[in-house]
Design a binder for this molecule. Structure first.
Ligand SMILES: Nc1ncnc2c1ncn2[C@@H]1O[C@H](COP(=O)(O)OP(=O)(O)OP(=O)(O)O)[C@@H](O)[C@H]1O
Length: 508
């Protein structure tokens, strides 16, 4: 038996039209399915049950039932309640329903793949949720979702052949028409298969190109990206020398920057903070010491409201703005905008750095300036370059975080927090995640920052650093402040029996 493709040839224009219809059907329903899938993914992740439960039910039902049933329900079922649709809109709606359910799960996986620490770091510089979503979460989520999303798209293209059963003139229906006229079923089906293969191969190549495009940290930064920050290229940068100084001279104003009164925080049955009161003056360096689980991190996280206290008051009195927040059942709610404003005045450095891996070191520093302070790209680039040079990373500013050592990452994180010109800097065990030989370089930067007059609250296990640099020591145990003393007094003449035992244990 010989194949006779020549008899199919007269139908080429028809096949071409059918191919266009298949492409139109696939793209339209995929676009609708992606937009709806994205909204569904957000709803599914929402803490509000009124959003997450319906989203879950939708995805469960739409994924668990055949697309052909969706199509029949819409095309044959809806007319029974008075809604009649043409074949093409019916097919588009049916395929969008399926596509939305599958894409919702793919997109949710991408959104949830971002480490929570990165989102906390973005909140800590004062970014709003939409800004975080757009600039921190989505660019990274795209990297994660590209392979499964494109895979869904490829299988979606093939599923559009189902539209033939409701007489949409797509590829399969046209193919059956051709072979019923020519009696050349084999040839017609081979041609149709080849066209599907061509379309899906095109998407597979698109997937490879997209994967390459979104692998931001695997290739050198584009010129466009650098120009936005005022640099013409990666190699022509000379660290700025005339950038305005970001760190003030050590002040001696006696002005209170931080006022904490009666702070309480519970996690279930654990009293993480009980009646914590503390005042910190401008330019003061306060080290918070205490055994593991004593509440040091919780105290810092409550100050910039990454954790919401259950009761008490926090006052932050900056030169530019003042915040007096009260907590408790009767306290007024604090708006998201006010929280973001507060956080932009309180710098936070985390134990695990929490840099944004898709952004260069310099972009990690400029991001808050551009998105929160609305500083122009060029000016932000200059300030960031100056700061990175000050923390000893002038030569690494065009490097992605994954190519930096732990100590270098932490120094970028310090520059990122300093760039916002905070009124107080909170350091949450900044050296605990570092290899011992990298601790020194970070502590040196901390000492430099302290010497420059920054008001600092440092939760740390580094006793030598605390003794050398701290003006005062706050010693915590069981969620309470047990002792507050000058560094000399605390280390030479600890008063409280718990402090004495702690020092005996850690200094022996
Ligand atoms: N998100 C949370 N959920 C439940 N319990 C928590 C949470 N965060 C902290 N805790 C608990 O609160 C207490 C204080 O924890 P916190 O992390 O503030 O201590 P820490 O002094 O910083 O400890 P470490 O030095 O080990 O970091 C601990 O008992 C801890 O288990």
């Amino acid at each position: 038996m010989s194949l006779d493709f020549a008899s199919i040839l007269p139908y080429a224009p028809l096949l071409f039209q059918a191919t266009l219809m298949t492409i139109f059907l696939a793209i339209t329903s995929q676009v609708i399915g992606t937009v709806c899938g994205f909204l569904l993914a957000l709803a599914r992740m929402s803490p509000l049950k009124i959003l997450s439960v319906p989203a879950f039910l939708y995805i469960w039902i739409a994924r668990g039932t055949p697309p052909l049933i969706h199509l029949f329900l819409i095309y044959f079922g809806l007319p029974t309640i008075g809604i009649t649709l043409e074949p093409l809109p019916a097919a588009i709606i049916a395929f969008s329903i399926t596509s939305a359910a599958y894409n919702a799960e793919v997109l949710r996986a991408g959104l949830q793949a971002i480490q929570p620490g990165q989102i906390e770091a973005a909140r800590a510089v004062g970014m709003s949720y939409p800004t975080i979503l757009w600039h921190i979460i989505l660019p990274q989520a795209v990297q994660v979702v590209t392979p499964p999303y494109m895979s869904n798209f490829i299988s979606h293209v093939k599923s559009t052949s189902l539209a033939s059963v409701v007489t949409v003139r797509e590829l399969l229906l046209t193919t059956t028409f051709i072979y019923s006229n020519t009696f050349r079923a084999l040839e017609a089906l081979i041609v149709a298969g080849a066209i599907y293969l061509f379309l899906t191969s095109f998407l597979a190549i698109g997937q490879l190109a997209l994967e390459h495009y979104v692998a931001f940290d695997k290739r050198p930064p584009s010129r466009r990206r650098l120009r936005r920050l005022g640099f013409g290229g990666a190699t022509d940068f000379a660290p700025a020398t005339d950038a305005p100084a970001l760190l003030a001279e050590k002040p001696d104003s006696g002005r209170r920057v931080l006022d904490i009164v009666g702070l309480e925080k519970r996690f279930g049955t654990v009293n993480a903070l009980s009646g914590v009161s503390l005042t910190v003056q401008e330019g003061e360096v306060v080290c918070v010491l205490g055994p593991s689980g004593s509440g040091k991190s919780t105290l810092l996280r409550c100050i910039n409201m990454l954790e919401r206290p259950d009761a008490g008051q926090i006052g932050i009195h900056s030169r530019g703005a003042g915040f007096d927040l009260a907590f408790g059942p009767a306290a007024p709610a604090v708006s998201g905008r006010e929280l973001a404003r507060l956080r932009s005045h309180v710098g936070m450095v985390f134990q695990h750095f929490n840099l944004w891996p898709h952004k260069l070191a310099i972009e990690n520093v400029t991001e808050g300036l551009i998105r929160v302070r609305h500083v122009a790209g060029r000016e932000a680039g200059l300030l960031a370059a100056e700061l990175l040079a000050r923390v000893g990373l002038g030569a690494k500013m065009m490097t992605f975080p994954n190519h930096l050592s732990g100590g270098q990452r932490q120094r970028v994180a310090i520059a990122r927090a300093l760039a916002m010109r905070p009124d107080v800097m909170l350091f949450d065990e900044p050296t605990s995640a570092l290899d011992p030989e990298l601790v020194g370089e970070v502590l040196q930067v901390l000492e430099d920052v302290a010497a420059s007059g920054m008001t600092m609250l440092v939760a740390t296990h580094e006793m030598g650093f605390a003794r050398r640099v701290a003006d005062r020591i706050v010693f915590m145990d069981g969620g309470q402040i047990v002792e507050i003393a000058s560094a000399a007094d605390f280390f030479e003449r600890p008063q409280h029996e718990r402090s004495i035992r702690f020092l005996e244990a850690v200094l022996k």
